[in-house]
Design a binder for this molecule. Sequence first.
Ligand SMILES: [Mn+2]
Length: 276
Amino acid sequence: MSDNACPPLVGGGPRLFTRTDFSPAEKPGENAPFSYVIADIHLETDVSHPINRHFLHFLAHEAPEADTLYILGDLFERWLGDDIGLEDYAPIINALRALTDSGTAVKLLYGNRDFLMREAFWDATGVQPMPEVVLTDIHGHCVILCHGDELCTLDTEYQAVRRRLRSAWLQWLFLHMSRARRRAVGERMRLRSQQESAHKPDAWMDVDEDTVRSWFDAYADYPHLIHGHTHRPGHHLYPNGRHRWVLGDWRPQAWVLRIDPSTIAFHCLTPDEQPA
Ligand SMILES: [Mn+2]
């Protein structure tokens, strides 16, 4: 895996806090602790899929250097229950376990595709669950973490579905279906969401700026909002020194936000040609 300059950031604006050209040998504050934030890997159940290999390489080689790895949802393309997921994603589960055993903390919040992880997943991986919206301090920076779909409020239909899918009784019902039934329902929902997304106005698929501003007002002491979901990576600057950092999916390059005491910066990792 090599370090590349990031492609142009979406959204324009000054790129304060961003430096994308450092090599591993001269990382800012090289000896300072740092953490990574990622989202939307959408891991496939096909273990040899390039995305899975890329992510396994990241877990084995880059992530162990970090103090904490924050995963902001949609790590998995789907999670149909711990019994199915732990089998389908066994190599990933083992790699997450190895990472947490090595001393890197891994903290995860749900996405809109993987919100049914339960005790067996946390036990098997050592990953720690986070709530939907997290206000925290990462190496001295006050940040808001979330998946990002809760900011896409122009799509009221989606928000209604989201609320329904998050209801405890519906999830209980789903998790008590047979494996075959859950796989079938999961596939049906995936196709439907693809079809619906194709017909929605572009603006609905992005965050609503009024909602973003209301969050900055509500969480006045937290100048950095970090999220994924939209797959529109970029760094957006707002009045009063507020920042919105949008993580990208890993197609083709990995978008990783690296945070150390002095710097918040995107870090793009492109997979080297790896033997299959
Ligand atoms: Mn998502």
